[in-house]
Design a binder for this molecule. Sequence first.
Ligand code: PHE
Length: 363
Amino acid sequence: MTTDLDQLRQNLVASIDAATGLDALEAIRVQALGKQGAITGLLKTLGGMSPDERQAQGPRIHGLREAVTGALAARKDALEKAALDARLAGEKLDMTLPVDGVPAGSVHPVSQVMDELAEIFADLGFAVASGPEIEDDWHNFTALNIPETHPARAMHDTFYLAGEHERPMVLRTHTSPVQIRTMMANKPPIRIIAPGRVYRSDSDATHTPMFHQIEGLVIDKGITLGHLKWTLETFLKAFFERDDIVLRLRPSYFPFTEPSAEVDVGFTWTNGKRVIGGSGDAAGGGWMEVLGSGMVHRKVIEAAGLDPTEWQGFAFGTGVDRLAMLKYGMDDLRPFFDGDLRWLKHYGFSALDVPTLSGGVGA
Ligand code: PHE
């Protein structure tokens, strides 16, 4: 019996120490200590022994059980620690490695153009303002002189949000609600641009349901259309990095400006491509619409809580994606938002090429 127990202990401890995984270890535990296990069987024999025999064997069998339980626990610890070490080693990232061969990120043309615009307008004394993309219909429409029955609401292909709200909620269809928010939150004089995402239910080669606009707003005393035209001309010259930008202001209609003007820039066909610059009336030329603009309607100034006899101003809005397409030569808008790495690599900008006026904004 003595040698049997010693032998059993040796065998069990040896196989426990040799177990290479938690499953194998569990199988050994069941073999020894499970309901049908060898040690469990030995413990059961204690009941049938004479008191003397039990006194001699009891401590031995219990000692065996303790030794095996201890060996199992120690091996389990060691295996778990080894598994964790292996996992940590496998997931290790060497942050000091050069990123050779790994595709580096690039700045999306939309971000690049927004940075360029912020740089150009900062130089003209404009601050950058923002507003929420989930907007209420009062800011998006009503305060901009687009009452509920106005056909412009249908023209905007608005996404309305489901559910009960104090005011109907929409995904903003343009950046113009930032005009209202800015006038309500700040005292004039005001000079801001507001770049951001806007949403319309529309999709083809030149429209995506989400796109980007930039709004401009100036509120001061004695502001005229002349200030508007000068500002847009200065902006477009800096943006396209050419002095021969020619603008054409066409009478138009927006509910929130009066008078309203659509702004075209002249281009010439060069090697089958439109190149911005020169008069659109020149031979081989044409006009391209780039902006909506006008003098801020007095009802809009009033809705924002200002006195329109005291304060006047101009506003303009344009598509950032469209400006990017014109400047950097893409002809399809949809890949802008496909996340295709090949497109991003081709059209993206280095993160280190921060646009500056002195370096040329399109650095
Ligand atoms: N919000 C107009 C649009 O989305 C653009 C615009 C802005 C026109 C400001 C005039 C003044 O079409």
